[in-house]
Design a protein around this ligand. Structure first.
Ligand SMILES: [Zn+2]
Length: 391
């Protein structure tokens, strides 16, 4: 067996930063050992930077890769959403080519697993050949109870199509339904998704704008502009007098793991409430940060300090090319570090590896340098600037 021996300025093993260690792997990247440098013998490949397991991108929309540079930065969320729904249509060949390039970019910059949102099965051909693990979140958009059944059946069809296309892939990909957001899912549609996802990992865009809370608190909201595009004149959602998160989380009661994505307008009170609610009702919450997308769309930052204060599980995502300059978890880490320089490096790297491997149930293979795993071997440069997959 040909062995590779890697030494860098430091090695992050999924949990801790270790100086003066050497990672030994086979030629395919399966971890053989992680040992003190003085025991490593000869033929050690020495490099600058942090050697670490591959990144997990917990939130992406690969199928929107053709929207790179289409929507300008800082439009605000409502205008952004109106643009995405009206500008999605492109030549199918262009869509396929951009999906292929985005997958390649993520592979090369060290992303080994993706929680990927899709409303279509457009990404199937690329994923079938991919060396990245895919958790496909087939995203339901279903604004009204009248159309709930027809919409949910349509998206179950997409789940079926993706599952069939990926059945014989080299890696075991997963596909299931998820709700898009509190502002796009009617009560009956939420109930359908709850029944369809017992015990599964799901995700939901959450409180990306204060107007989401207004919708449930008063029924009046900037989101009415978005609904007009779909021919809906009034808010189709019940007025609960509560925040969006408090209004919709109770639809779930079947032991789901739920990734709440963005959370830029989530209050500390809602964070504390949601954690308590999940604990009492058999749900597992992960809070997914997409800070570069938040900077791109609204020029905001997510409430990271409040999430940390309440001991929340945190993971990271890039969101799609419609709202990011690149699909790189290293760049997400760099931005978080620039805005929150007091967060320890180990904590940030855990969010990008072991925490997200747990969230997406890839901890048997990905997220750490435990012996026998094949988590991808990545070199992160010293200033968070670049990341490269070595194996
Ligand atoms: Zn998203």
């Amino acid at each position: 067996m040909t062995l590779r021996k890697f030494q860098a300025t430091e090695i992050f093993d999924g949990r801790t930063l270790l100086p003066n260690h050497v990672l030994i792997s086979d030629s395919e990247g399966t971890v053989i050992d992680l040992i003190p440098a003085e025991q490593a013998g000869e033929s050690v490949e020495v490099m600058k930077g942090t050697l670490m397991p591959g990144f997990i991108n917990a939130h992406c929309h690969l199928e929107l890769s053709h929207l790179k540079d289409v929507i300008p930065p800082h439009t605000g969320l409502i205008e952004f959403l109106c643009s995405v729904v009206t500008k999605r249509g492109f030549n199918p060949a262009v869509i396929q080519e951009k999906i292929r390039l985005a997958e390649q970019e993520m592979y090369q910059n060290g992303i080994v697993g993706v929680g990927d949102i899709g409303n279509t099965a457009d990404t199937a051909a690329v994923k079938k050949q991919s060396r990245i693990y895919w958790q496909n979140f087939t995203e339901v958009l279903s604004f009204t109870d009248e159309k709930a059944e027809a919409s949910c059946l349509h998206f179950e069809g997409v789940v079926h199509e993706l599952k069939k296309a990926l059945a014989n892939s080299p890696l075991p990909h997963r596909t299931n339904l998820v709700p898009h957001a509190p502002y796009s899912i009617s009560p009956k549609s939420f109930e359908w998704i709850n029944q369809a996802t017992a015990g599964e990992v799901i995700s939901m865009h959450n409180q990306e704008h204060p107007a989401e809370d207004h919708l449930y608190q008063t029924g009046k909201s900037e989101y009415l502009r978005l609904f007009k595009i779909f021919g809906i004149e009034q808010s189709p959602f019940p007025v609960t007098g509560k925040s969006a998160l408090r209004s919709v989380l109770p639809y779930f009661n079947r032991n789901q793991t739920i990734l709440l994505v963005h959370n830029t307008s989530t209050s500390e009170e809602d964070i504390a409430w949601a954690e308590q609610y999940a604990k009492e009702n058999g749900l597992t919450l992960y809070w997914c940060l997409c800070i570069n997308a938040n900077r791109y769309i609204e020029n905001k930052t997510p409430p990271i300090e409040a999430l940390m204060k309440h001991g929340c599980r945190i993971v990271l995502g890039t969101d799609s090319y419609s709202s990011n300059w690149q699909l790189s978890i290293a760049k997400e880490l760099q931005t978080i570090h620039n805005h929150f320089p007091l967060i320890p490096k180990e904590t940030l790297l855990q969010w990008a590896t072991s925490s997200s491997a747990n969230a997406l149930r890839w901890e048997e293979t990905l997220g750490s340098f435990q012996k026998g795993k094949k988590p991808g071997i990545v070199l992160l440069s010293e200033n968070w600037e670049t990341s490269t997959r070595l194996l």
